[in-house]
Design a protein around this ligand. Structure first.
Ligand code: NDP
Length: 336
C-alpha cells in the first residue's frame, strides 16, 4: 500500500482563494491493476486557470487538478515502464494511480514526457508543456504575426507571456511587453530581447504605447483582460489580430458583477480587427509540433526559460497565491 496526499478544494472561492478553502487529505492507494501505473509527482504546476475554473461552479468538493510531471514507480502498462516520466493532469497530489486507457478527456490526459536531455524535466509543465503550447498556437495560429509587425503582450513576464514575446522576436517582429514590476521589465528588455517593456502599474499605458509603437499595434496577445486591453486594442492598425488567452485581472472577481466594458466596437469595425478567444487544447493533436520547435529554440538559445520554483508539497497553496499576486518571473511551479 502506498500512502498518498492530495489537495481537495472544499468550496467556491470568494475573491482571493484562502488556505482554508483547501484540505490536504491523506489516503492509501490500492495496488495497481492491469493497465494502471503508479506515479510519484516531481513537479506540480500552479496556474491562473485553477482560479478561473472555480468560478464556473462545477460541483465542489473536487481534487485540485493541474499539470504535473511524475515518475512511474510501478507499472502494469507496458507502454509506461518503471522509470518513465509522464505528464498528466492529476494535479496537486504526491502519488497517484493512472490509467492511460481512460485518458480520453482533458482532465485525464497522460503522455510520456519527451526526453529533455540536458534540461530540467520541469519544462514539461512549462515551455514544453501547456504554457508553451498556449504561447505557440495562440500567437502563430490566431495572431499570425509577420516579420516587421508590432506585437504587444500583457502578462509579459509570466510563463505564457515571456514565451509569446520571444517567439514573436524569432519571427522577426517588434515586441512590446507589459508586466507588473521594474524587475520584470528589466528581465524582458535585457535578457529576453523585448524591444520595449513597461511596468503597467507605474506608467500611463496609453501614452507609453503611443510612443513605443508610433505606427500602431498589429497583434495583441491578451493575457490579462480589463482596461489595459481596451487601451491596447484602441491603438491597433487596420486588420490587427487579437488573441484572447486569459483575463487574470478579473479571475478573483465575481463574474456576475464585473464592471461594464469600454466600448470596443468602434475600433473593431473601423480597423476591421479580428479578436478571438482560444484554449490551447484546441490544438492538442499538434502539441508535439509546438514542443519540437520550442525545444529546438531552447537548445539553440533563441528561447530563454525561467522558473519560479517553490519547494515542498505543503507549499502548493503558497505558490499558487504567490503566482496570482505576481511574485513569479517565468513559470511558477512546485518541486515535490
Ligand atoms: P503567469 O506566469 O503569467 O502568472 C500570472 C501573472 O499574472 C502574475 O505573475 C502577474 O504578473 C499577473 N497578474 C496577476 N494579477 C494581475 C492583474 N490584476 N492584472 C494584470 N496582471 C496580473 O501565468 P500563465 O502564464 O500561466 O498564464 C497567463 C495567462 O494565460 C492567464 O490569463 C491564464 O489564464 C492564461 N492561459 C490561457 C490558456 C489557454 O489555453 N487559453 C492556457 C494557459 C494560460 P504581473 O506582475 O505582470 O502582474
Amino acid at each position: 500500500m502506498v500512502k498518498a496526499r492530495k489537495y481537495v478544494v472544499k468550496r467556491y472561492f470568494e475573491g482571493v482563494p484562502k488556505r482554508d478553502d483547501f484540505e490536504i487529505i491523506e489516503y492509501e492507494l490500492p495496488p495497481i491493476q492491469n493497465g494502471e501505473i503508479l506515479v510519484k509527482a516531481e513537479w506540480v504546476s500552479v496556474d491562473p486557470y485553477l482560479r478561473a475554473y472555480n468560478n464556473f461552479r462545477f460541483p465542489v468538493p473536487y481534487d485540485q487538478f493541474s499539470y504535473q510531471v511524475g515518475l512511474v514507480e510501478d507499472s502494469k502498462d507496458p507502454r509506461f515502464p518503471v522509470g518513465t516520466r509522464v505528464v498528466s493532469h492529476k494535479g496537486w497530489c504526491d502519488y497517484s494511480v493512472m490509467n492511460a486507457n481512460v485518458s480520453n478527456s482533458p482532465a485525464e490526459i497522460i503522455y510520456k514526457l519527451p526526453d529533455m536531455k540536458d534540461f530540467s524535466n520541469s519544462l514539461g509543465i512549462g515551455a514544453v508543456g501547456l504554457p508553451g503550447a498556449t504561447a505557440y498556437f495562440g500567437l502563430l495560429e490566431i495572431c499570425q504575426p509577420k516579420a516587421g509587425e508590432t506585437v504587444v503582450v500583457t502578462g509579459a513576464a509570466g510563463a505564457v507571456g515571456s514565451l509569446v514575446g520571444q517567439i514573436a522576436k524569432i519571427k522577426g517582429c517588434r515586441v512590446i511587453g507589459f508586466a507588473g514590476s521594474d524587475d520584470k521589465v528589466n528581465w524582458l528588455e535585457k535578457d529576453l530581447g523585448f524591444d520595449k517593456a513597461f511596468n503597467y502599474k507605474t506608467v500611463d499605458v496609453q501614452k507609453v504605447l503611443k510612443k513605443a509603437a508610433p505606427k500602431g499595434v498589429d497583434c495583441y496577445f491578451d493575457n490579462v483582460g480589463g482596461e489595459i486591453s481596451s487601451i491596447i486594442i484602441g491603438q491597433m492598425n487596420d486588420f490587427g489580430r487579437v488573441a484572447v488567452c486569459g483575463s487574470i485581472s478579473s479571475y478573483n472577481d465575481d463574474f456576475a458583477k464585473l464592471p461594464k466594458a469600454t466600448i470596443l466596437q468602434i475600433p473593431l469595425v473601423m480597423k476591421q480587427l479580428k479578436i478571438e478567444g482560444f484554449l490551447a487544447p484546441r490544438w492538442r493533436d499538434r502539441w508535439s509540433e509546438a514542443f519540437s520547435d520550442l525545444y529546438k529554440w531552447i537548445k539553440s538559445g533563441d528561447l530563454k526559460t525561467r522558473e519560479h520554483v517553490t519547494e515542498g508539497f505543503d507549499k502548493l497553496y503558497d505558490a499558487f497565491i504567490g503566482m496570482l499576486n505576481g511574485e513569479n518571473i517565468g513559470k511558477a511551479l512546485v518541486k515535490i
